[in-house]
Each structure stands twice: as structure tokens, then as C-alpha cells.
Design a protein around this ligand. Structure first.
Ligand code: SF4
Length: 58
């Protein structure tokens, strides 16, 4: 666990991941993007709360 990926095709731009874990995710227009691929400690929190399961960790 530790590498974060985000499927921007799935993302609906709710902002939850960036709000919960700004060290790993940021908003870019209407989509979120991964700011840091390496888990900073809260990446899973963002992934678990994504309503469309766009975030994967491996
Ligand atoms: S929580 Fe999911 S749907 Fe919401 S902005 Fe992040 S990646 Fe997109």
C-alpha cells in the first residue's frame, strides 16, 4: 500500500478527497488530481470517502 491513483473519468468533482487529504489530492477545475502519489497518511481516508470509488491505492 502506498501508491495512489485517481481515475479522472470517474471523478465527479465533489472535492471530498482534497478536503480530507489535501496533501495527496487537489482540485484542478472540475476534477480532482493526485498531487502526491505516495500516501502521506490520509490518502486512504480520501479513497474510502470517494462516492464513485475513483481512487485506488496499491
Ligand atoms: S472524492 Fe472522488 S469524486 Fe470527489 S473529487 Fe475526489 S476523486 Fe473526485
Amino acid at each position: 500500500m502506498g501508491k495512489v491513483t485517481l481515475d479522472s473519468d470517474k471523478c465527479i468533482g465533489c472535492g471530498t478527497c482534497a478536503a480530507l487529504c489535501p496533501a495527496n489530492y487537489e482540485m484542478s477545475g472540475a476534477k480532482a488530481k493526485v498531487k502526491n502519489e505516495k500516501d502521506t497518511g490520509c490518502a486512504k481516508q480520501g479513497a474510502d470517502n470517494c462516492p464513485v470509488n475513483a481512487i485506488k491505492m496499491k
